[in-house]
Write a protein that binds this ligand. Structure first.
Ligand SMILES: [Zn+2]
Length: 157
């Protein structure tokens, strides 16, 4: 799905991109710019600002008021509303930093770009063609799974 998120949702933006969604985000956009993007790019506006949400609704835009305290709770609300999958699939992931779809990268191409301990321990790597960031299944992947498990639990309650 395609979203545009307000400046308060930087963390949620990274989550949605990791889950494969196209998210337009910049913390320097004002309300009118966010509404313009939602309209022109046919994106769902995600916001925690009730006033902005109401403005979007009166203009007939697709918007969602994001409630919940933790990222897991927010993801659960989004999953409930939009039927989002809460499973992490790296083949559809986008770069959390810049929204570009990440691509597999041969191990020999990362050898001089990641710490030696990393390249000796991991076999699979991905690169963002946009910002050149390299990703691998490091410790943060376990945290990703944990948060998604929490989100799934929150969805059931
Ligand atoms: Zn990137």
């Amino acid at each position: 799905m395609k979203f545009v998120t307000d400046g308060m949702l930087g963390k949620l933006t990274r989550w949605l991109r990791m889950l494969g969604h196209d998210v337009n985000y910049s913390n320097s956009l004002d309300d009118d710019q966010l509404l313009e993007i939602a309209k022109n790019e046919h994106r769902v506006l995600l916001t925690r600002d009730l006033q902005l949400y109401q403005k979007a609704m009166t203009r007939g835009l697709n918007a969602f008021l994001v409630e919940g305290n933790t990222e897991a709770e927010k993801l659960a609300k989004l999953a409930q509303r939009f039927g989002l999958e809460l499973d992490f699939d790296v083949t559809v992931s986008r770069c959390p930093k810049c929204n570009t779809k990440i691509e597999p990268l041969a191990k020999e191409k990362v050898l001089d770009r990641v710490p030696k301990t990393t390249s000796s321990y991991y076999e699979e790597f991905w690169e963002c063609p946009g910002c050149k960031q390299i990703y691998w299944r490091g410790a943060h992947w376990k945290r990703i799974d944990k948060t998604l498990e929490e989100a799934k639990k929150a969805l059931k309650t």
